[in-house]
Design a protein around this ligand. Sequence first.
Ligand SMILES: [Zn+2]
Length: 92
Amino acid sequence: MKHITILGQKLRICYDDSALKKDELGMFDSTGMTIHILECLKGHPLHDSVLLHELVHAALHISGNAHLLGDGVEESLCMSLEYALRPFIKFK
Ligand SMILES: [Zn+2]
């Protein structure tokens, strides 16, 4: 299990397919403060995009902004920032 800190909040990164719904590549669990990512994405070119997307969900939640947005607006923001920022971010 890996950890990442965003906005001062420590999150777990789990590669646990059982936490994901069918066709989900990743998800942010705000109750457990955990990002779940499909195990087969480890080392895959899509991995960092999925992680970035879920980190935006986490940042919106931790900052309190997710409560102001509907699910559709939140998802749209996450996708926009994922695509906009992905070329500039490299995860270790
Ligand atoms: Zn999303």
